[in-house]
Design a protein around this ligand. Sequence first.
Ligand SMILES: *[C@@H]1O[C@H](CO)[C@@H](O)[C@H](O)[C@H]1NC(C)=O
Ligand SMILES: *[C@@H]1O[C@H](CO)[C@@H](O)[C@H](O)[C@H]1NC(C)=O
Length: 324
Amino acid sequence: MVLQLVFIGTIIQCLMYSSAVLQVFEHAPKSDGSLSFLVLGDWGRRGAYNQSQVAFQMGVIGEQLDIDFVISTGDNFYDNGLTGIDDTSFDYSFTKIYTAPSLQKQWYNVLGNHDYRGDVEAQLSPVLTNLDNRWFCMRSYVVNAEFVEFFFVDTNPFVDSYFTEPGEHVYDWRGIGPRKQYISNLLKDVDLALKESNAKWKIVVGHHPIRSAAHHGDTKELVNQLLPILEANNIDLFINGHDHCLQHISSLKSGIEFMTSGGGSKAWKGDVKWWNPEEMKLYYDGQGFMSLHVIQTQINVAFYDVFGNVLHNWNTSKQLQSTF
Ligand SMILES: *[C@@H]1O[C@H](CO)[C@@H](O)[C@H](O)[C@H]1NC(C)=O
Ligand SMILES: *[C@@H]1O[C@H](CO)[C@@H](O)[C@H](O)[C@H]1NC(C)=O
């Protein structure tokens, strides 16, 4: 409860600064020096398209791994975000879906493009956190868990087509303009936060993929503008949603692992382009989610389908002394 009050206090404080350095939140790892969490993306459909089945399996795996929190890669509410803080989708797509005891933890959310098609500020409002104290959503922020640090980046403002050819969609860009300045500040802030981090593991989370063989493919604006900063700062993992699949691309060039967890509800069957098989470790176009278990010296990643079967797992390790 005290933690929640601190969160709400910090959110309010943060709303007062428009382009300051990224806000940092602390999340202590377990006393045994480990941290476990699930990653889900592209989900809120009032239970439809297997959202409820995925939620059920998250509950089972969450219990097995004794997770510390859940990360959402965005597109939290379909089709058009929330209409306001009183939109019942919050209850029917979130609170009443992820009901398992193991999922009653902090949820660290980012926004997806569909979230920007509603009242985007509703999802950022502390009112939602009062309705369900798991909810935590900001545009861009940092979560520091000692040996692992998470950099949540709002990737929506980068995508040109949302501004130049929005079609029938109306995006809520309040708080984003002027766009060029906003993006340039954000890139500086992310670079600075990464440079200042002395965490052993650096994980960056955003909605849009940098690398993807699925429907949307690479996001060229992120490849051009964000990726060079991530490479220069030697991040370990970039995790996204947006493409409705599970995917793991291990970059031969940069050494960054690109992981897509966008299988929270509606999946896209068969919508995939060729990708170098040496880099493509998993492509699965059904529903599911990911888990990560992190300790000082190792990260274990697993991808699960809607039945809770492990589709793919991958581990990496670093020596203890390589921090300095
Ligand atoms: C739900 O998942 C099952 C198993 O993957 C799949 O066969 C079915 O088509 C899915 N249903 C929907 C509506 O996506
Ligand atoms: C990764 O580590 C886990 C847990 O130690 C193990 O069960 C799994 O087989 C490992 N996977 C690979 C691909 O080495």
